[in-house]
Design a protein around this ligand. Structure first.
Ligand code: PXG
Length: 445
């Protein structure tokens, strides 16, 4: 197989790139190459137009090819490609942090920069533990995550995460002192809920059980995704997140929201914390922060968390943590340009206006072959398929491939098809996503 896949690239050239979260051998035998993007679309290396139903990977919230972002990055690289932020600073890092603080829920106005969601998670976990120590509660070190949670791929993130395939090879190497809440996916009670499911708020009370088991004096923080994406779009039952907040307050435990996918407009408000009216103490973000154009993450800390570190001699470093590329100038420029677009086009709240159309569109699939549940919130949708006996995930993978062949990119995880289109989507494009998915489902055994 030496046919050219695109100019300068043949099948033999695919070997060196060990691809992330990919069936490498299968991919390389039948590659899917994206070569260009604009607006709501990708174009494949052989020139086919593909409607982007997942905002790249939940990150290109303002749609593709935003020249304001590339121009801002180019200008910044020409002016100053890099500047350290350890014991030094550069102006737009401060400007960006202030702008972000202005978008965040009340109190979460201190921002620590990272380069990815995984780094944001590990940063937030470390801040939580160090915060407890800084205020004299050095025994509060335990972290509580949740089954089916996804918090990236660092050792901290997989330890609090709850996806078995991400954990099993490292089961002896997880960070110690972690426990997990049960997940909130319950198809038996909640199938075909529109928006948040009514059943299941009581699942938050499991935190009381873990407190009774471990004692609050050992627990630093609870981390959850307000809506989990990677495990197949799992929604918080009505009242669940408020209850978690209450229990955390009662026991002096920090609450961390991992908003890597829910942040920056995905659920109809800047952050899910605002959409659900529950304010965490720490909030992890990445993805939509730069519209996916340059890697960047940000951890929002409540001022009380930040201020607990600001004691002791002023010449000493307060938090021994950071990355060479924390607040990289090119990433800051990309983020500022992205925030300008979000503000100008109202994209951080647009999903709220589109949510009911989106809900109707995805729920119109009910009754098609293999579907056992449909879930939605904001501009997130998921269709759950009956797994094939003994071959979990294969049916949904086939559906994903068929959609791609028919010009729509969705995302498959387990037996779920997940959708999270750019927030610039128009109703006709929602129609196309659903139409192509319906055809692919009818066409799949
Ligand atoms: N936390 C959450 C909640 C995420 O969704 C991460 C952390 C890690 O971010 P980085 O930037 O380190 O990848 C994520 C990432 C999917 C999918 O299809 C989701 C993610 C990544 C890749 C695929 O659901 N989320």
């Amino acid at each position: 197989m030496n046919a050219k896949l695109s100019p300068g690239l043949s099948h033999d050239d695919l070997d060196a790139f060990w691809m992330p979260f990919t069936a490498n051998r299968q991919f390389k035998s039948n590659p899917r190459l994206l070569a260009k993007a604009q607006g709501m679309h990708y174009w494949t290396a052989d020139g086919r137009e593909v409607l982007d139903g997942v905002a790249g990977l939940w990150c290109v919230n303002a749609g593709h090819g935003r020249r304001e972002i590339s121009a801002a990055v180019a200008k910044q690289l020409d002016t100053m490609e890099f500047a350290p932020t350890f014991q030094m600073g550069h102006p737009i890092a401060f400007e960006l942090a202030s702008r972000l603080a202005g978008l965040a829920p009340p109190g979460l106005d201190r921002v620590f920069f990272t380069n990815s969601g995984s780094e944001s998670v590990d940063t937030a976990l470390k801040i939580a533990i160090a915060y407890q120590r800084a205020r004299g509660h050095a025994t509060k070190t335990r972290l509580i995550g949740r089954e089916k949670g996804y918090h990236g791929v660092g050792f901290g993130g997989i330890s609090v995460g709850g996806i078995v395939n991400n954990r099993k090879a490292y089961s002896a190497n997880m960070i110690p002192g972690v426990d997990h809440l049960p997940h909130t996916l319950d198809i038996e009670h909640n199938a075909y809920s529109r928006g948040l499911p009514q059943w299941g708020a009581h699942l938050a009370n499991e935190l009381e059980r873990l407190v009774a088991l471990h004692d609050a004096s050992t627990i630093a923080a609870v981390i959850v995704e307000p809506i989990s994406g990677s495990a197949g779009v799992i929604l918080p039952p009505v009242g669940y997140l408020k209850r978690l907040r209450e229990i955390c307050d009662k026991h002096d435990i920090l609450l961390i929201f991992d908003e890597v996918i829910t942040g920056f407009g995905r659920v109809g408000a800047p952050f899910a914390a605002q959409a659900f009216d529950v304010t965490p103490d720490l909030m992890t973000t990445a993805k939509g922060l730069t519209n996916g154009a340059i890697p960047m993450g940000a951890v929002f800390a409540h001022r009380k968390v930040h201020d607990a570190f600001m004691h002791g001699p002023e010449h000493l470093v307060e938090l021994f943590h950071g990355y060479t590329y924390s607040a990289h100038p090119a990433a800051c420029a990309a983020a500022l340009a992205t925030l300008d677009i979000y503000a100008r086009e109202g994209l951080l709240t647009r999903a709220a206006a589109l949510a009911s159309r989106w809900e109707s569109a995805v729920h119109s699939l009910k009754g098609l072959p293999h579907i056992i549940d449909i879930r939605n919130y904001g501009l997130i949708g998921a269709v759950e398929l009956e797994p094939r006996a003994g071959k979990p995930g294969t049916r949904a993978f086939e559906v994903f491939l068929k959609c791609f062949e028919r010009g729509v990119m969705v995302r498959q995880t387990g037996d779920t098809i997940a959708m999270s289109p750019p927030l610039i989507i128009e109703p006709a494009q929602m129609g196309k996503i659903v139409e192509v998915l319906a055809a692919a489902l009818r066409d799949t055994a």
